[in-house]
Ligand binder design. Structure first.
Ligand code: G6P
Ligand code: MN
Length: 460
């Protein structure tokens, strides 16, 4: 089968390639061919050089050919005849992420990639491109499945599903990461644990952890030492987790500790420090520049930059929560490339798997309409990802999910109609924006920062 990777020059593509190569050793790997598609030829060359080295090492170690890889800069040519599309693009690149963060911080609110004002800006400029990808896929590869990692992943998946229906599946590594860490804290093998998780992307809760026919989450919540042994336990603190009766996704830190997390990022930049986007611009620019100059060293350069990225992951939150470190085991494997591979295998080989992904609700979460994309456990096989029924959300969970889904719908509406009024409503009604005046400042600020947004939203 042929896999097209959109955003093929992206920094995390070698992780996906590594997972696909390892999969070929099982003898029944569905993917045999990869097309890398990127609008930036320089990035494609650098990542291509890293992939060449990975393939050479694979051949030397296993005597196996690896995968056929080719590069394309045109979307239609990349999509022609492919069976699976992995979309991991970043509209506006890493510099766009920095503007998302900086405009929000300047307005006195959280400056973050996918959450709050920054996520709204990111969504506004990404939806038109996601729509084009969906339409081109429907035209050029009508039978293909789309695995979407493009952020904001829930919103983007929902917009694409208007064209592709249930043939688009959104993925994220955070729910399974949370489940794995919680299982290990209880001394359980993560592979044998059933996760009851529900919400939206970057806005969900682990409400149950089933092993040997029993829900072990109450045991975990009662165990102070176990709770303090993993990232989310330390991030939120045992007493708040007990009060909630669930384990929140790490991104809920921005809601539950809104004041502290905003202040800690603001303090960092006030002291001349960098936002997360700026850190990554530095790390990745150095990689792409050096890899172009010294392609023979591309792999080593990439690997060094990758380690640095992983070591500094969530550094902003860590400062706020004090000494929260991500475990070594979490950095290696089980990340988003494993989620992507699991989805592809389940679909392509009709190997049923229970995975937490983003799909249309179809009744899984009561109180949300059937077309709302939600992040819930699904049964994934050749027929796609079918959401499994989840228990009712609590009043608190439901109200937050409804509020953020309403914001997402305003974003979709703004892009569909080209109108600024729904965009203003999106900023103003987001739970992390506390004033309509600030919402106006945000909308004006982003329109100024991103000239392309003027074209997305030409009308008042
Ligand atoms: C996780 C999330 C992604 C997010 C990324 C940010 O992988 O699931 O949605 O984009 O973290 O990490 P970064 O290293 O880019 O700050
Ligand atoms: Mn994610």
């Amino acid at each position: 089968m042929r896999l097209a990777i959109l955003g093929g020059g992206g920094f995390r593509v070698p992780l996906v390639h590594r997972a696909l190569l390892a999969d070929t050793l099982r003898g029944d790997a569905p993917i045999t061919e990869v097309v890398l598609c990127d609008t930036d030829a320089r990035r494609l060359r650098a990542i291509g050089a890293v992939l060449d080295r990975q393939r050479d090492a694979h051949r030397a170690a296993h005597g196996e050919p690896g995968l056929a890889v080719r590069a394309e800069t045109g979307l239609a040519a990349a999509l022609d005849g492919c069976d699976i599309v992995f979309s991991a693009i970043r509209v506006g690149g890493m510099p766009g992420r920095v503007l998302d963060e900086r405009v929000a911080l300047a307005a006195g609110v959280l400056g973050q990639e996918t959450v709050g004002a920054g996520g709204i800006s990111y969504g506004l400029r990404t939806l038109p491109v996601a729509g084009e990808i969906a339409r081109t896929t429907a035209e050029r590869a009508p039978g293909a499945w789309v695995v979407n990692f493009t952020n904001p992943a829930g919103l983007v998946t929902e917009a694409m599903s208007a064209v592709l229906g249930d043939r688009v599946i959104g993925i994220c590594d955070s729910p399974v990461g949370l489940g794995r860490r919680a299982a290990r804290a209880l001394g359980l093998d993560p592979a044998g644990v059933g996760l009851d998780y529900a919400g939206l992307n970057h806005l969900g809760w682990l409400r149950g952890l089933h092993a040997d026919g029993r829900d072990r989450l109450p045991d975990l919540l009662a165990d102070e030492a176990a709770l303090s042994s993993f990232e989310e336990g330390r991030l939120f603190g045992p007493s708040w987790l007990r009060a909630l009766g669930a384990l929140p996704n790490e991104y809920l830190h921005y809601y539950y500790m809104a004041r502290e997390s905003r202040a800690s990022i603001a303090e960092t930049v006030a002291g001349g420090g960098e936002t997360r986007g700026e850190q990554l611009v530095d790390q990745q620019e150095a990689f792409y520049r050096d890899a172009a100059a010294r392609p023979a060293e591309a792999y080593e350069l990439w690997d060094r930059a990758r380690l640095e990225r992983e070591e500094t992951y969530m550094a902003d939150n860590r400062r706020a929560a004090g000494g929260v470190e991500r475990d070594e085991e979490d950095l290696d494997g089980g990340g988003y490339e494993q989620v992507a591979l699991a989805v592809m295998r389940a679909i392509a080989r009709d190997e049923p798997a229970r995975l937490i992904v983003n799909v249309r609700n179809r009744g899984a979460i009561a109180g949300l309409d059937g077309d709302a994309v939600v992040e819930v456990p699904c049964l994934v096989d050749a027929a796609g990802a079918g959401p499994l029924a989840v228990g009712a959300l609590t009043g608190h969970q439901s109200s937050l999910v409804q509020a953020v889904k309403a914001v997402e719908r305003e974003i979709v509406d703004a892009v569909r109609t080209g109108s600024r009024t729904p965009a203003l409503r999106a900023f103003a009604t987001h739970p992390l924006v506390d004033s309509v005046a600030t919402a106006r400042t945000l909308l004006d600020g982003y329109l100024k920062a991103f000239p392309e947004l003027e074209r997305v939203l030409p009308r008042p």
